[in-house]
Write a protein that binds this ligand. Structure first.
Ligand code: FAD
Ligand code: FES
Ligand code: FES
Length: 480
């Protein structure tokens, strides 16, 4: 049984297909057709809805892509669609702002924009352009153009005051807390264990089941490859996989914790990863996607392995029989293959705390600034004692069937004087070790050239050269 609130109405669903998406439920079953289907792959934002969740600090609203979110994952949550915003007969302030600023033409994208803006309205961000661009990073509009929508959002944030949802927030939060299900066994191939022990038991009983965390990769197997997903274990309710803790040595991140929740701790130690994180998918993708999903997917173009390898991160694998811990660089063994054995899951990622005198850069090359997968991702990490290199590591994505660490190349720099390096020779050596493929994103030659140039850029940015390495600020590229 999956129980959730559809606005204020309690919905109890059983049995439903494990891979029924929220978008399918809304349009086909609930007949709420305000939520649109554009791409069915998390790219366009036409299907954006808002999910309300009980947290330690009260009710929290986040935008998600309903086309790649499974209905079962709504258990214990509140689902809001564009239909719910004007229920009192009056347009919601978000809708009023869009009308006032002429933020809609054909209207197909508008419900999605409205819901992203609704989540922004209920966040605590300052009324700044960068925050608006971030909130809208998962929404495409092909006819209005973005300026009127951004104007509407900025005006909205300036004039932000409560709405009917703020007034009901406490009551809804209490209702959701009471809904919080015990182990959700739908009886039809969907299980939602609440802790590690239940996860181990569930996996032992249903070894054929796939893990589902944010489903931002997994759901595309259904919507793009037309595969059935008949048995799913949802990891988002497993308490230990949602935890984050920081000690002197590591940031410990539960594998199913969404990017949106791990961002503050990661960026507190490594603020240079901020743009990399902003460019990992979009706000709705980061509201659901997780490190465990990115690593478990083992895609050669996943963005987290290059960074985690450069940071020398480790990963704990869990199982009913115990745990084992290994470097992230040893996790992925081939194209979409990992060392995970039957009965194991990715449990926790451990990122070393930042030492003094270290430098990090995480570069992403992609066709769109946001919400696009990498053509090349290159991350470099450097520690120096004076001018002498004491640690140097790199992680690369998009250049081979697996993420690369190229330790022979990086280790050769240790002990050398950073300011005296022969940059071109090192770039040529790097290029000679790469054998990427041509594909729709870029030619092999482009990938090799850009990677060697990213090394040059890292050296420039880590030296007191004062050379300008950016032609513009990041926000200038948003929604290109
Ligand atoms: C529009 C869009 C944009 C995207 N942009 C980016 C991007 O810029 N960079 C990028 O790297 N990725 C991107 N992605 C891919 C995806 O969002 C990420 O890979 C994300 O981290 C996946 O996490 P998830 O929790 O959604 O995984 P899921 O989809 O739930 O799972 C992915 C796979 O991992 C397995 N899995 C999940 N959790 C675990 C676990 N704990 N242990 C073992 N196996 C597990 C699942 O069974 C599944 O096979 C994008 C996806 C979309 C749809
Ligand atoms: S329909 Fe395009 S993101 Fe969901
Ligand atoms: S108003 Fe037509 S796509 Fe945005």
């Amino acid at each position: 049984m999956t129980t959730f609130l559809l606005n204020r109405t309690r919905v109890e669903l059983a049995p439903i297909d494990p891979d029924l998406t929220v978008l399918e439920f809304l349009r086909q079953d609930a007949k709420l057709t305000g939520t649109k289907e554009g791409c069915a792959s998390g790219d366009c934002g036409a299907c954006t809805v808002v999910v309300g969740e009980h947290t330690d600090t009260g009710l929290r609203y986040r935008a998600v892509n309903s086309c790649i979110t499974f209905v079962h994952s709504l258990a214990g949550k509140q689902l809001l669609t564009v239909e719910h915003l004007a229920e009192t007969g009056q347009l919601h302030p978000v809708q009023q702002a869009m009308v006032k600023h002429h933020g809609s033409q054909c209207g197909f994208c508008t419900p999605g924009f409205i819901m992203s803006l609704f989540a922004l309205y209920h966040s605590d961000v300052a009324p700044e352009r960068e925050a608006v661009l971030n909130a809208l990073s998962g929404n495409l509009c092909r006819c209005t153009g973005y300026r009127p929508i951004i104007d509407a959002a900025l005006a909205l944030l300036e004039e932000r005051h409560g709405d009917a949802f703020s007034e009901q927030a406490e009551a809804i939060d209490a209702e959701l807390a009471a809904l919080n299900p015990s182990m959700n066994d739908s009886g039809v191939g969907f299980w939602q264990p609440r802790n590690r022990a239940e996860l181990g038991q569930t996996l032992a009983a249903h070894p054929e089941a796939r893990f589902s965390a944010g489903s931002t990769d997994l759901a595309l197997e259904k919507t793009q490859q037309v595969k059935e997903l008949p048995a799913l274990i949802d990891l988002t309710g497993v308490e230990e996989l949602q935890q984050l803790s920081v000690d002197d040595a590591f940031i410990h991140i539960g594998a199913a914790l969404p990017y949106a929740d791990l961002a503050p701790a990661l960026l507190a130690d490594y603020p240079e990863a901020s743009e990399w994180l902003d460019r990992l998918g979009s706000t709705p993708i980061r509201n659901r996607g997780s490190l465990g999903g990115n690593l478990g997917n083992a895609s050669p173009i996943g963005d987290t392995p290059p960074l985690l390898i450069a940071l020398n991160a480790e990963v704990t694998l869990g199982s009913q029989n115990g745990q084992r811990r290994l470097p992230v660089s040893e996790l992925i063994t081939g194209y979409r293959q990992t060392v995970l054995a039957d009965g194991e899951w990715i449990d926790t990622v451990h990122i070393p705390r930042r030492p003094d005198h270290s430098t990090l850069r995480a570069y992403k090359i992609s066709k769109r600034f946001e919400d696009d997968i990498s053509t090349v991702c290159a991350c470099f990490y450097l520690e120096r004692d004076g001018d002498t290199v004491t640690e140097f590591r790199a992680g690369f994505g998009g250049l081979a069937a697996t993420p690369l660490s190229l330790t022979d190349w990086s280790q050769a720099l240790v002990g050398q004087a950073w300011s005296q390096l022969d940059i071109d020779a090192i770039a040529a050596d790097l290029a000679s070790r790469l054998a990427p493929i041509d594909d729709v994103r870029a030619s092999a030659q482009y990938r090799v050239t850009v990677t060697a140039n990213l090394w040059r850029r890292f050296h420039l940015e880590s030296s007191p050269s004062g050379v300008i390495t950016r032609v513009s600020n990041p926000g200038a590229y948003h929604h290109a």
